[in-house]
Ligand binder design. Structure first.
Ligand code: HEC
Length: 168
């Protein structure tokens, strides 16, 4: 293999890496106020004046109801559990979901460090995309700490999906 070909390969994978990380954040389209990347992964949308999409706001509330006890306020992490604002940026969507559904225990870890499985918990599962997009919005520094001040109204489809998911 000559040098040119090696360089081309290197540049090619660099471009792929850059595209992949950008794609994990940038909103490409929305379905009634729920935003997705070009790869159909849920993401956030924050207007220039700081108004957040409904799902990001919902995720803020759900995160603080179900996750912050261990992972710390605003996804900042604690001595016990990792900073999820960083995990949401570094992990792929499907990997993130897999850990929440099945939980995780590091075998042989010195500390008693256990991520519970939430797969049977509708208060988590019905809002998992919301939690994920909220963490990406904060992890990318698009929104700061604390409750988002301004939000878009709740889309009709959010309520329908919520009722269906919660079995109502
Ligand atoms: C009882 C405490 C506890 C609660 C509640 C909890 N977690 Fe965890 N979580 C942990 C611990 C501890 C770890 C680290 C496990 C390990 O060592 O791999 C973890 C790891 C994770 C990871 C992997 C992070 C990474 O960078 O590898 C994700 C994702 C995660 N939690 C999501 C959540 C979400 C979302 C919620 C709320 C719905 C939640 N957790 C609630 C304790 C908790």
């Amino acid at each position: 293999m000559n040098l040119c070909r090696v360089l081309l390969l290197a540049i090619g994978s660099l471009c792929l890496a850059v595209t992949a990380s950008a794609d994990n954040i940038s909103a490409s389209y929305d379905e009634d106020g729920k935003y997705f990347t070009a790869d159909d992964v849920p993401t956030f949308k924050v207007d220039a004046d700081g108004t957040v999409d409904w799902y990001t706001f919902s995720g803020f509330r759900r995160y603080h109801a179900e996750c912050h006890v261990c992972h710390g306020p605003d996804g900042e992490g604690s001595t016990y559990a990792p900073a999820l604002k960083t995990s949401a940026m570094d992990m792929g969507y499907y990997e993130f979901v897999e850990v929440v559904v099945n939980g995780r225990k590091v075998v042989g870890a010195a500390a008693n460090s256990v991520m519970p499985a939430f797969g049977d918990n509708p208060n988590v599962m019905c809002y998992l995309d919301d939690i994920y997009v909220y963490l990406k919005a904060h992890g990318s520094d698009t929104i700061g700490r604390g409750r988002p001040g301004k939000k878009h109204p709740k889309p009709a489809s959010f309520k329908e999906a919520e009722d269906a998911c919660m079995g109502g």
